[in-house]
Design a protein around this ligand. Structure first.
Ligand code: PLP
Length: 337
């Protein structure tokens, strides 16, 4: 199967599986898993934070991050299209009584500081307390510039807000900018990293922050039922992902550029409205094209896509090669004919 739906479909490679099967493990809820401890210590240092926590998913990492920054009756500022606003089942509101204050994202994925400033509530008993700004990088595959992140840091200092990064795909941003991950992480009080997307681990995310913040998050993780026992088997995969699968993301980005270019040559396909910064390709499809029928026919040929019309998404990753892209394009060209 060639799967363009998401980079979450990546399979753990043989070397990763070997490291997993050989990992020393213990009960991590007792703090006894040496592989988890090693990953958490290594990851904190690697990303320029004092501490880190290995968690089950990106959704849990964001939830723990927001709940560790905010109390009941607080609010966080975020993008209208932020993952932790739209796609996480309202977790911060449901489980933490923390209200989101979404702001429309600009076309480049950023949030306008004037709009953010006017959404900050005065210190008055009518209002929720605005505590946190949450950004996302990459967002919809787009990279936020280092200059923008620096401005966000200044903005949050000025308004006494904490600054969180949903960095599910932050390594795609670092590779696209050709900078070390710390060039991005330095601006944030907390950051998440998904190990199970383009980095290729089967399970797991990191939450990074200072000692007190991670201590609070560790308690909340237990409360959510997220305390894991011999989790070193998973942490070993995460360590492998971070030490072997980062620089190769450039290949996914090149394949995405190529895919966008090739898609644009198909009748009724238009990629012009979307820049490709990383591994996500968006395309508008003419309504005369029966993309659902095409999707069903492709599946019979072992190619999986998520059909749609406005901004239909294709994602490249380590289990998709340039040849696979060519196979997709020629199969679609035939079906369109
Ligand atoms: C995938 C994703 C998440 C959530 O990660 P899961 O591991 O799927 O829970 C959070 N934020 C962003 C930006 C993502 O792309």
């Amino acid at each position: 199967m060639i799967d363009f739906r998401s980079d979450t479909v990546t399979q753990p490679c043989q070397q990763m599986r070997l490291l997993m099967s050989n990992a020393q493990v213990g009960d991590d809820v007792y703090g006894d898993d040496p592989t988890v401890n090693e990953l958490e210590q290594w990851a904190a240092k690697r990303h320029g934070f004092a501490a880190s926590l290995f968690v089950s998913s990106g959704t849990q990492a964001n939830l723990l991050g927001i709940l560790s920054h905010c109390e009941r009756g607080d609010e966080y500022l975020c993008g209208q299209s932020a993952h932790n606003y739209r796609y996480e089942a309202g977790g911060a509101a449901v489980l933490g009584s923390v209200q989101p204050q979404p702001i429309e994202n600009e076309p480049d994925g950023s949030l306008c500081f004037n709009k953010l400033a006017s959404a900050i509530k005065p210190d008055d008993s009518h209002f929720a307390r605005t505590r946190l700004l949450s950004l996302e990088n990459t967002i919809g595959g787009k990279v936020l510039s280092l200059a923008y992140l620096k401005q966000a840091r200044a903005f949050t200092y000025k308004h006494q807000l904490a600054l969180h990064l949903d960095g599910a795909r932050v390594y795609n941003a670092a590779v696209a900018l050709n900078v070390d991950i710390k060039e991005i992480s330095q601006y944030f009080d907390s950051m998440t990293v998904c190990l199970s997307k383009g980095l290729g681990a089967p399970v797991g995310s990191l939450l990074l922050g200072d000692e007190a913040f991670i201590k609070k998050a560790r308690r909340l993780r237990k409360m959510l039922g997220g305390g894991m026992r011999q989790a070193g088997i998973l942490a070993a995969a995460g360590y492998y992902a971070l030490t072997h699968n980062v620089s190769r993301l450039a290949e996914d980005h090149e394949n995405a550029q190529y895919l966008a270019h090739q898609l644009n040559t198909l009748p009724g396909f238009d990629t012009q409205n979307y820049a490709v910064h990383t591994n996500i390709v968006l395309v508008d499809i003419d309504e005369k094209v029966d993309i659902f029928a095409i999707s069903a026919a492709l599946k019979e040929q072992g190619i999986i896509i998520t059909p749609g019309y406005q901004g239909m998404r294709f994602v490249t990753h380590k289990d998709v090669t340039r040849d696979d892209v060519d196979r997709l394009i020629s199969a679609m060209a035939k079906l369109l004919n």
